[in-house]
Ligand binder design. Structure first.
Ligand code: BDR
Ligand code: CA
Length: 283
């Protein structure tokens, strides 16, 4: 199985992504490194631990990473998991230290995939420290679209400098909003997956319903599983159609045309990916 590390800020769609990895024999989950993002670092770290306990994977280390101010409680709930974090079991394991850079240095082998599904603060710190990522899949950015400002996607907006570092130096595969916003996990999907996961989506669905106009009503019936789409490419390479683009990130976190050649996920067969996820997440 392919060794996989997930750098994450759980987060409802992060929870779906982690569960997808945990239930996929193609990958071996080597650890979660946490970062602030949807909510603050203490909560994202606590959520990572509890999610692993729910998944029966208390063997997977959780490394507490970079702090910062949480920015998406309106979508993910004050606790980051739709108000349901405390309904997940406690994880008896303590965190595995607070140095993600050292963890990457100790854990990454030439076949390790790292999926970064939160702000890129930990990853950029590692890049600056000289860590090489053999295969780095990043959920983030939007070309001409945003979900936090008109032009910026949340993960890039939350730490634009880090996003610049990663785009310019780490040769990532970028899974942008342009693709993930087409991947709607509708109510039928949510009814077919692990009810504990579906139960996390209440705040997210309420948010989308309240912002119906901006969202052109499209998401009203479900949620967007951005992070799970990125992790699917780690599990089954080729799930997403990649094309090389010259890109950069501006100071506001918008993904723009530029001189750094990176691979961008442009398309996927969503009905096929949707059923793949549904099967794997059905528990
Ligand atoms: C990204 O932002 C977060 O809110 C989600 O978890 C995802 O990683 C989507 O823009
Ligand atoms: Ca995330």
């Amino acid at each position: 199985a392919t060794p996989l590390i997930i750098d994450t800020d759980p987060g409802v769609d992060d929870a779906f992504a982690i569960a997808l990895a945990a239930s996929s024999p193609e990958v071996e989950l080597k650890g979660l490194t946490t970062v602030f993002g949807n909510v603050g670092l203490d909560l994202t770290t606590a959520n990572a631990l509890r999610l692993l306990a729910h998944l029966g994977r208390t063997d997977v280390p959780v490394v507490k990473g970079s702090p910062g101010e949480g920015g998406a409680a309106d979508v993910h709930g004050q606790d980051g998991l739709g108000g349901q974090a405390l309904s997940l079991p406690e994880n008896p394991q303590p965190v595995h230290g607070d140095d993600p850079v050292q963890f990457f240095a100790d854990t990454i082998t030439p076949d390790t995939v790292v999926a970064a599904i939160g702000p890129l603060t930990n990853i950029a710190r590692a890049v600056e420290a000289g860590i090489e990522f053999p295969r780095l899949i990043v959920m983030g950015g939007g070309l001409g679209v945003g979900n936090t400002t008109l032009r910026a996607e949340f993960n890039f907006w939350a730490d634009p400098k880090a996003a610049q570092t990663v785009i310019r130096k780490a040769n990532p595969i970028v899974v942008p909003l342009n693709l993930t916003q087409k991947c709607i996990a509708d109510t039928e999907f949510l009814a077919n997956v692990d009810p504990v996961l579906s139960n996390l989506t209440g705040t997210y669905r309420a948010y989308l319903a309240a912002h119906k106009d901006q969202n052109q009503s499209r998401h009203e019936e479900g949620i967007l599983v951005h992070d799970a789409v990125a992790v699917a490419e780690a599990i089954v390479p080729g799930t997403l159609r990649l094309r090389t683009h010259g890109l950069d990130v501006d100071d506001e976190g918008a993904l723009v045309e530029g001189k750094h050649q990176v691979e961008v996920a442009e398309e996927t067969d969503w009905p096929a990916l949707r059923s793949f996820m549904e099967q794997r997440l059905s528990g």
